[in-house]
Design a protein around this ligand. Structure first.
Ligand code: ADP
Length: 429
């Protein structure tokens, strides 16, 4: 038997999934990070990685063919020439680098960079590139040799070659996923020598280092693959591989990801595309979602009230459920107010109105992605806390007009194990 491992590193913990050559899930494990000081964080990641791998049943571990790791997008660290961290990591939501956006805007305004997108994803306050520019003004920078994402660095611990990343993690570093190279405006910056070499997610980078193989009792030819980001790994877990298939994540917010033959970028609505082989993963995120439901109902109430909704009747209530003012997708209005009136006395009718309105916003979201050029929607898989709600699923199927199914596998670690197995190659066809 051959086995493949995927490891999902989040902000609060890490999960492992082991699959066989038929992509059947064989084992799972998880660890939460103890609350550690910032300065101990990378040591904690390293210990977690090794302890999760040691947890794999010995027989499976000794026949492990490949390992891939996903990390939190835009969580980065600076390393020296042998991959030793020189700084504490800057986490995904760290906006220290935000003032550096001015440097980039200034650069993009120059005539010779007329082709640089004036609303590039690197211009977000937390992008990997603004973090790197911020570091370039700190004393430590003179010793730095590589910028690595969380997944890159953890992969490095296994394969031993510093300075390698994948094009999912590197999107927010400015890597050009259309031409598969760093753009000229980026390679001309003083930070350019620190940019990692970028390969396709799932590419084998090399064998596990012999010392690590001995320590973990892994085969010496176990492949260590380039990783991905947490949200793409969660998409891969759904097994959606056909253009037109999508995954809606019904968590605190509503996140849409549609597999498309065409790439869509639109800054007005915050839409951007990740490359998946020869296809594109077009995404948009709305501020509506489960967080609004939580303001009004407990999970137990959601369960028993949802059961009483007559789902083939559309609710006449036209809400825009938000926890606070402001929306970007599918309506771009930073001052849009939550619309939750009129509120009927019957809680079933109120919940029906909320779920129906969110289903309408979801359908509007997919219509917008298609209007901007994405492949027409064929099927939607559901993930996140709301995916278990059968009444909501029925309302959504009616609004979306396509089959809506629950993802069989929801774990990002499973998606990353598929990457190790090489299932991502399906997206190339
Ligand atoms: P996140 O990771 O974004 O915080 P989760 O995927 O864990 O979110 O989902 C949590 C959300 O799911 C909560 O906001 C909650 O309102 C919603 N939720 C949980 N159970 C149900 C249910 N039965 N019906 C609808 N929504 C639910």
């Amino acid at each position: 038997m051959s086995f493949y491992a995927g490891i999902d590193f989040g902000t609060s913990g890490a999960r492992l999934a082991v699959i066989d050559a038929d992509a059947h899930l064989c084992a799972q494990a998880s660890r939460t990070f103890d609350t550690v000081a910032e300065s101990d964080l990378v040591a904690c990641w390293q210990a977690t990685l090794f302890s999760l791998l040691k947890e794999i049943d010995r027989a499976e571990r000794q026949t492990l063919r490949a390992i891939a790791i996903n990390g939190t997008s835009s969580t980065v660290l600076l390393c020296d020439g042998v991959g030793q961290p020189l700084t504490v990591p800057l986490l995904y939501n760290d906006a220290s680098g935000a003032p550096e956006r001015e440097t980039l805007r200034h650069l993009f305004a120059q005539e010779r960079y007329a082709n640089a997108p004036c609303q590039h994803t690197v211009l977000s306050a937390t992008s990997s590139l603004v973090k790197l520019l911020w570091w370039s003004r700190q004393a430590v920078f003179s010793q730095a040799r590589y910028l690595l994402h969380q997944a890159d660095w953890l992969g490095f611990l296994l394969h031993g070659q510093p300075g390698i990343s994948d094009y999912h993690n590197s999107l927010k570093l400015g890597y050009d996923v259309v031409h598969l190279r760093y753009p000229d405006w980026l390679t001309e910056l003083a930070i350019a020598p620190l940019l990692p070499h970028v390969v396709a997610p799932g590419t084998s980078i090399g064998h596990v280092q012999p010392a690590v193989a001995r320590q973990l009792e892994l085969p010496f030819d176990c492949q260590i693959c380039a990783g991905t980001t947490d949200s793409i790994a969660a998409f891969l877990a759904s097994r959606a591989t056909v253009p037109g298939e999508a995954v809606t994540s019904l968590g605190s917010t509503l996140v849409l990801k549609l597999l498309s033959q065409t790439r869509v970028e639109n800054n007005t609505y915050g839409i951007y595309s990740h490359r998946l082989g020869k296809q594109w993963l077009v995404g948009g995120a709305s501020n509506t979602g489960g967080a609004v439901l939580q303001q009004f109902f407990t999970v137990a109430e959601l369960l028993h009230l949802s059961d009483r909704i007559i789902t083939d009747q559309a609710s006449p209530l036209d809400y825009y459920p938000l926890t606070q003012a402001g929306e970007r997708f599918p309506v771009n209005d930073p001052s849009l107010l939550p619309r939750l009136e009129p509120r009927p006395a019957d809680p079933v009718a109120f919940l029906h109105g909320l779920l129906e309105s969110m289903a309408r916003i979801e359908a509007e979201g997919y219509r917008l992605l298609q209007a901007l050029g994405a492949t027409p929607l064929k099927r939607v898989y559901s993930a996140g806390g709301g995916a278990t709600n059968a009444a909501w699923t029925a309302l959504r199927a009616r609004q979306l007009g396509v089959p809506v199914e629950r993802s069989q596998q929801l774990e990002a670690a499973y998606g990353t194990a598929l990457l190790a197995l090489g299932m991502h190659r399906q997206h190339k066809h």
